[in-house]
Design a protein around this ligand. Structure first.
Ligand code: ZN
Length: 459
């Protein structure tokens, strides 16, 4: 499998490890430079350092990080060593650097397992080099449109990645018609996961991303909806429809800020499952993680048990303690994710303060037009919402959108500096939900980390 010559790979590994340690010591973690250098010095290095490992690659629009975190937690809880690329670098260079970090100086992997979060567009470069045991696709939504053109292009990019490895097991969301269509025309084994009609939840229905039947081009009909374009879809023209999944969530018995209780059927066995993270979208992430655990042959009960102690990933429902005040941070970067976060907030039975932050930098995909399609009206109607703080470079645009949604001047306040925000939140004295997009999360999180003593991710 490994094509690199030993001297070349040794030089490449050494350069990567040294550059990384220098960058970290000077406070610049999370860059792609070490991986870039390593691949220049030895183009086969990614294959060399991943040789013999069992790897799960996770891609899709929403939920990648949390799903990775759940799979890793299942592996570690059952005593297996596992690498996770948690530095936020999910392109080939960053993944290569993380794999090198996990290798000895001679290129042998230390942890046997790796869970790699992978950008949708980078999948076609990553899969042929790391030969994953499984590829998990969480879902597809319109996101960062200026980078990929459209969600259909993203789907094509993922398909190209999958087609490079017919042996990799696909773990697919049965309820999401776009990513479900990836199973068509490829020989790969598929493990399906999904929520049954019997769970009886329905969030915002938005079929703009549903696409059309890949077999005949007709529009889908739905027997039931879960949220957005997820649910029991079928084509009335040719009969193509949602597959009955192997990992089936049959009921959601409890959803609270501390987590959810659901019933899940895997194979013929029914399990009560405690998921330590709240909200319906995390039920999907949990079901995806169980599917991935199955692909890795981890006993299903071990994987299920681990979900009761899983902790939130960086910025995904991460909890901070602000002098006794609870602040939960939920990364939102598109309409679907944001609507889901609102469903979660408005479903809780407690008064809260909300912080909405919006930037439009490269890491955010530049385009903020998604706020126009997002259901801020739902948030503003919630009687438990007592105060809104609006932050980030695009605070004015966001504030305008909130005014349209019904948030008056007494309800919302623009704050330009995160350092000034913290005392305001404390003065309000209620639990806080912060909903930033990517780069605003990095900025807000830095201020929060300094105030609460949490570390940056590379420390
Ligand atoms: Zn059809």
């Amino acid at each position: 499998m490994s094509k690199a010559n030993p001297l070349q790979s040794a030089v490449s590994i050494a350069s990567c490890k040294l550059t990384r340690s220098i960058l970290r010591r000077t406070g610049r973690g999370g860059t792609s430079i070490p991986g870039e250098i390593a691949m220049k010095l030895c183009p086969g290095i990614t294959e060399t350092v991943s040789d013999g490992m069992e790897i799960v690659v996770v891609t899709g629009t929403n939920g990648k990080t949390t799903t990775c975190n759940m799979i890793r937690h299942a592996l570690i809880s059952s005593g297996r060593e596992c690498l996770l690329n948690n530095s936020g670098a999910n392109l080939l260079r960053g993944i290569t650097a993380d794999l090198i970090d996990n290798a000895t100086w001679t290129g042998r992997s230390k942890a046997h397992y790796a869970v790699l979060e992978c950008d949708e567009g980078a999948l076609k470069q990553v899969v042929p080099l790391v030969h994953p045991k499984a590829v998990v696709v969480t879902n597809l939504f319109s996101d960062q449109v200026d980078r990929y053109g459209s969600v259909q292009n993203t789907l094509k990019e993922i398909r190209t990645g999958i087609e490079t490895d017919p042996k990799t097991i696909l773990v697919l969301n049965a309820d999401e018609p776009l990513s479900a269509s990836l199973a068509l025309g490829v020989p790969n084994r598929v493990i399906w996961y999904g929520l049954e009609e019997s769970v009886g939840v329905q969030g915002n229905v938005d079929l703009s991303d549903a696409g059309v039947c890949p077999k005949c081009g007709a529009e889908y009909e739905y027997d039931y909806h879960i949220y957005a374009h997820l649910g029991g879809f079928r084509c009335t023209s040719c009969g193509y429809c949602r597959v009955t999944p192997q990992v089936r969530v049959t009921s959601i018995d409890r959803i609270a800020a501390s987590g959810s209780t659901v019933h899940m059927i895997t194979g013929k066995k029914e399990h009560e499952v405690q998921i330590a993270l709240p909200a319906v979208y995390n039920v999907y992430n949990a079901a995806a993680a169980i599917g991935a655990a199955g692909a890795l042959r981890i006993p299903v009960q071990e994987a299920i048990d681990s979900l009761s102690t899983v902790q939130s990933a960086f910025g995904r429902m991460e909890t901070f303690d602000l002098d006794g005040l609870r602040l939960q941070m939920i990364l939102v970067k598109n309409t679907a994710g944001c609507n889901q976060a609102f469903s979660y907030l408005t479903g809780l039975d407690e008064d809260y303060t909300a912080v909405l932050c919006l930037n439009n930098q490269t890491g955010d995909g530049h385009d903020i037009s998604w706020i126009n399609d997002t259901d801020y009206e739902k948030l503003c109607r919630d009687p438990h919402l007592k105060k809104l703080f609006v932050c980030g470079e695009c605070a004015d645009e966001l504030s305008g959108r909130l005014t349209k949604a019904g948030a008056g001047d007494d309800m919302q306040q623009i704050v330009r500096d995160y350092n000034e925000l913290l005392p305001l939140l404390k003065a309000e004295g209620r639990p806080v939900f912060a909903l930033p997009n990517y780069t605003s999360m990095m900025e807000f999180r830095k201020v929060l980390s300094q105030a609460t003593g949490k570390h940056e991710f590379w420390e």
